[in-house]
Design a protein around this ligand. Structure first.
Ligand code: KIV
Ligand code: NA
Length: 263
């Protein structure tokens, strides 16, 4: 695979080719994800749960994210590396700029932030200064306390309408990518069709332009998993072949299936 850029992903969306994202937090797994042919790596703040053992992503700091982003980028993956801006690291303009800079200087090619309309100014500020942004809507885990648990979002017409409006607004603000997490499939399919930018789904059905899973979930290592997770270690002898099986399943359209989706 040649080094993936935002234009690679735009071309794939235009051609109707699905692409893949897998989380990685260190050099070894970043190399395996790249070798498996996943176009993007997410250094997710999910590391707060799967590496640090917290029960949410809220304790994760910018220093944690920068450390793991550096570890991932030392593998020089061909995959485009997206780093999560952690909880409360993008509240003011100055703070947003300084923290996004830290993650880009750690080696990321894009930063990800959870939120919609209220993030528009932050997104355009970063984009104008050369920092590509991935937005994240639906079940945004940094808001777990506001949601009252890890719950599917966008189930009422009012919620669905507001997620769609947020998606349009973040695209207009200049976001390069959008992650949709745990929303009904029909809504995610709708948003993916309406937007020009590629949409990456997780628990959002098969109608998005790409899929992402947390590495530990797809390798069957997590204690509790949501209905959208499939264990790709099943029937595989090595982690390498499990990662390739996930990449191939997304590209072939055999994952996710109806049973992984919300209505
Ligand atoms: O932190 C993470 O791994 C994420 C993905 C689940 C989208 O944000
Ligand atoms: Na995240």
């Amino acid at each position: 695979m040649a080094k993936v850029t935002t234009s690679t992903l735009d071309k794939m969306k235009a051609a109707g080719e699905k692409f893949v994202c897998i989380t990685a937090y260190d050099a070894t797994f970043a190399r395996l994800v790249s070798e498996a042919g996943a176009e993007t790596i997410l250094v997710g703040d999910s590391l707060g749960m799967v590496l640090q053992g917290h029960d949410s992503t809220i304790p994760v700091t910018v220093d944690d994210m920068a450390y793991h982003t550096e570890c991932v980028c030392r593998a020089q993956p061909d995959s485009l590396v997206i780093a999560d801006m952690p909880f409360m690291s993008y509240t003011t303009a100055e703070q947003t700029m300084a923290n996004a800079t830290a993650l880009m200087q750690a080696g990321a090619q894009m930063v990800k932030m959870e939120g919609g309309t209220w993030l528009s100014d932050s997104i355009s500020m970063l984009v104008e200064r050369g920092i590509p942004v991935c937005a994240h809507l639906g079940l945004t885990p940094q808001s777990v306390n506001q949601f009252g648990g890890f719950k599917v979002q966008g189930r009422t017409p009012k919620e669905a309408k507001s997620i769609l409006a947020d998606a349009v607004e973040i695209q207009d603000a200049g976001a390069s990518l959008l992650v949709l997490e745990c929303i009904p499939s029909h809504l995610a399919t709708d948003i993916s069709a309406k937007l020009d930018i590629p949409v990456i789904g997780i628990g959002a059905g098969a109608g998005t332009d790409a899929q992402v899973l947390v590495m530990h979930d797809l390798l069957g290592l997590s204690e509790h998993t949501a209905r959208f997770v499939e264990n790709f270690m099943d029937g595989q002898a090595t982690i390498q072949s499990a990662l390739k099986a996930f990449v191939e399943a997304v590209k072939a359209g055999t994952y996710p299936r109806e049973e992984h989706s919300y209505r």
